[in-house]
Structure formats: structure tokens, C-alpha cells
Ligand binder design. Structure first.
Ligand SMILES: *Cc1c(COP(=O)(O)O)cnc(C)c1O
Length: 397
């Protein structure tokens, strides 16, 4: 799967920020400094024998961009090094990473146990699409480990979680859930989109698989969609076989955008976290704010676990305002700076009302049970000055 050209491979002993800038870079015969974008759908062979050797996998090298592309390979190698994974496979989006993971590793009759607090499209995929193909899912608490134990069946093959969760920033104890998965011979997949490897390294905590929506912090500037599946060679190989056959692969252009994005990942995650902590602390002191959800605050019920498992609290803060939907919408409609959009992981601060946007399609009862009230707002804190973000929110508060 790897490209054999002149390589800039670094030993993983370098610090994460060094690896984020340099790992995975491979130069062509032109010795370009910045990574090249290989906009080609196929690759030529020197002769018939080489073509044959490539196709049967006897000789490594590129064949066709649905299988591999050198720019995409650089992205995969860089992210693999950052996550401490043996193998990484890039996909066209975060959702296609989850799809490829499950299509590669599961079959009809298998069972998934998933956190109830995962991304909405993930719930849809498991509930409405996989169910049609005979893969059932049991949804359990993100935080109550005993529910994971109780949900295991003889057919359970996969545990799936996301931590911190969206929008309430619940923290799942990766090491504790990994211990249960190991005991039952189940694979644990962690969607590491909110933290990125800069803040949280799930494989070191016992997870088997990491899922990324690269669309968020890995890009960091809201430009392109992409995703990734990481794990051991043994786990990723069937996922790669699905991907090269079915085709939701990452484009070379998008891989290049992610390579550039990852070079600033460490300083961005540090700044997102510092800004989010400042905004969350300020929100806690506002008279019309009744509750703030942020893992970096000592008031967060799982603050100790979060600080053990993550480097910082990350960039996402949710808060509840007095006065329900009307008051929440007033905050949104009085902003002049922050973007009213459900996306996250961007240098630009984004603000959304989960109960009428990201979580609008679930029943009011399910929303209430999940704690997503009408007064709840989610802010993905960007890199603007904290004072400007605070002033923008203050207007509607
Ligand atoms: C956005 C998101 C996804 C889906 O990623 P896409 O790139 O939009 O397909 C999956 N998980 C989490 C946690 C996300 O925030």
C-alpha cells in the first residue's frame, strides 16, 4: 500500500508537533519541499510483467487512485504516526470511514454496542441502514460502563463510542470500556474527531480502532471532507479491501489540504482549548446561563477522568440559557461575528442550537432523555480573540 519513492520517514520518537509537521512526507524525483498533489487517476507500468506483479500484489506501488495515491498515502502515514497506529486508511468523509470500518469487519448477524451519544448520522447508519443488512445495534450510556457489560451478546463484534460526546461533552472511559471489550473478544472503535491525536490517543488506552472525521480539526479551516480508519494491519486490511472495491476513497487534493492542516494541528488544538476554557469560565459567571458543559472545567462531573484521558478540555463548549428556545435563539440572532452553522473544528467560531438543528430529527422525548434541552447552545470555539467571542455572545445574553 505504500509508495516506494524517496522518503522522509521519521522515527516516532519525535514530539507530536514535529511529527504533525513532517511525518509521512515522501518526495518525488523533483525533490519538492511541500508535499505534491498527485492529480492522476491511474499510474503507468514499465512493462507488462510489472503491471502483472503490481496487480497480484507481488510488487508494491500505485495502480489506480481508488486503491492508492501518493498524496493520500502521505496523509495516511502522517496520521498513523500521530495516532501511534500500525496502519491508516483514508476515506472520502468521516461517515464513509465508519461505513468502511463496519463493512470490512462485520457481517450479517453481527451485533454492535454503541454509545447513545454518538454523531447523529452514525446513529442513522447503524439504526436505519445496517439493520437492513442484518447487523443490529444496542445503544447504551456513554458514561455507565455497566450498560456496556449488560449489552454484550454472543454475536457482539464491535463497541463504538465518541468522547467527548456532542453536544453535552460526556466523557466515556476508554480504558474501562476497552477492558470489557477485550474480555469479550469484541473490537473497540473510538471516534477521535473532537480531540485529535494531539489531545487523546485511544490506542494507548486500549482501543482497537480509531475513526476520524478529518473534516473537522484535521483540516481545521472548514474546507474539505475526509475521514480515516486506523488500527493494526490485521484490522485495517479488510477495511482497505472494502474501500478499494467500493470506492469511498479520499481525493488527492483533499489529502493535501489535510497534510497542510495537520502541520498547524498542535498549535490550533492548544489555542482552541485555551479559548474554549476562557469562554466556558466566562459563561459560568453569566447570570442568564444556568449550566455550562466543558470537560476542562472543574464543575464538569467527569473533570478528573477527562484530565486523565485528554491533554486539555478541547474546543467544544455547550451551555444552557434561562428562557428556553426563545432565549437560545436570541443569543444566536444577536451575534455579528460567530458563524451560525453546525460545523465545528474551524478557526472560525461556530454556534448552533442542537435541539432545532443537529438533533431536530429525533423525538422530543428522546431529546429530553439525552439532556438536549430547548435552552441548550453549542459553541465550537475558534481562534478569534476571546474578548471578541465573549462580546458577541454577551449581546444576546
Ligand atoms: C462530523 C462528524 C462525523 C462525520 O464526519 P463527516 O466528515 O461529516 O462525514 C463523525 N463523527 C463526528 C464526531 C463528527 O463530528
Amino acid at each position: 500500500m505504500t509508495n516506494q519513492s524517496k522518503s522522509d520517514q521519521l522515527p516516532p520518537a519525535y514530539a507530536l508537533e514535529t511529527l504533525a509537521v513532517r511525518a509521512g512526507t515522501e518526495r518525488s524525483q523533483f525533490n519538492e519541499h511541500s508535499e505534491a498533489i498527485f492529480l492522476t487517476s491511474s499510474f503507468v507500468f514499465n512493462n507488462a510483467a510489472q503491471a502483472a506483479a503490481r496487480f497480484i500484489g507481488e510488487e508494491p506501488g500505485n495502480i489506480y487512485a481508488r486503491f492508492t495515491n501518493p498524496t493520500v498515502t502521505m496523509f495516511e502515514q502522517r496520521l498513523a504516526v500521530l495516532e501511534g497506529a500500525e496502519q491508516c486508511i483514508a476515506t472520502s468523509s468521516g461517515m464513509s470511514a465508519i461505513l468502511a470500518c463496519c463493512m470490512g469487519l462485520l457481517k450479517s448477524g453481527d451485533h454492535i454496542v454503541a454509545s447513545r451519544s454518538v454523531f447523529g448520522a452514525t446513529i442513522n447508519l447503524f439504526n436505519n441502514i445496517f439493520k437492513k443488512f442484518g447487523v443490529a445495534t444496542t445503544f447504551v450510556s456513554a458514561t455507565d460502563v455497566s450498560e456496556w457489560v449488560a449489552a454484550v451478546r454472543p454475536t457482539t463484534k464491535l463497541f463504538f463510542l465518541e468522547t467527548p460526546s456532542n453536544p453535552l461533552t460526556e466523557i466515556s472511559d476508554i480504558a474501562a470500556i476497552a477492558a470489557i471489550s477485550k474480555r469479550h473478544g469484541v473490537l473497540l472503535a473510538v471516534d477521535n474527531c473532537f480531540c485529535t491525536p494531539i489531545l487523546q490517543r485511544p490506542l494507548e488506552l486500549g482501543a482497537d480502532i480509531i475513526i476520524h472525521s478529518a473534516t473537522k480539526y484535521l483540516d481545521g479551516q472548514g474546507r474539505v471532507l475526509g475521514g480515516a480508519v486506523l488500527g493494526s494491519k490485521k484490522i485495517v486490511e479488510p477495511v482497505y479491501q472494502f474501500l478499494r472495491t467500493a470506492g469511498p476513497t479520499m481525493s488527492a487534493f483533499n489529502a493535501w489540504v489535510f497534510l497542510k492542516g495537520m502541520e498547524t494541528l498542535k498549535i490550533r488544538m492548544d489555542a482552541h482549548s485555551a479559548h474554549a476554557l476562557a469562554v466556558a469560565t466566562w459563561l459560568e459567571a453569566q447570570p442568564n446561563v444556568t449550566r455550562v458543559y466543558y470537560p476542562g472545567l472543574p464543575s464538569h462531573p467527569q473533570h478528573a477522568l477527562a484530565m486523565r484521558q485528554q491533554q486539555t478540555g478541547g474546543g467544544i463548549v455547550s451551555f444552557e440559557v434561562k428562557g428556553g428556545r426563545e432565549a437560545a435563539w436570541r443569543v444566536i440572532d444577536n451575534t455579528r461575528l460567530v458563524s451560525i452553522t453546525a460545523n465545528l473544528g474551524d478557526t472560525k467560531t461556530t454556534l448552533t442550537h442542537p435541539s432545532t438543528t443537529t438533533h431536530a430529527r429525533i423525538t422530543p422525548e428522546a431529546r429530553a432523555a439525552a439532556g438536549i434541552t430547548e435552552g441548550l447552545l453549542r459553541i465550537a470555539v475558534g481562534l478569534e480573540a476571546v474578548s471578541d467571542i465573549q462580546n458577541d455572545l454577551a449581546r444576546g445574553l
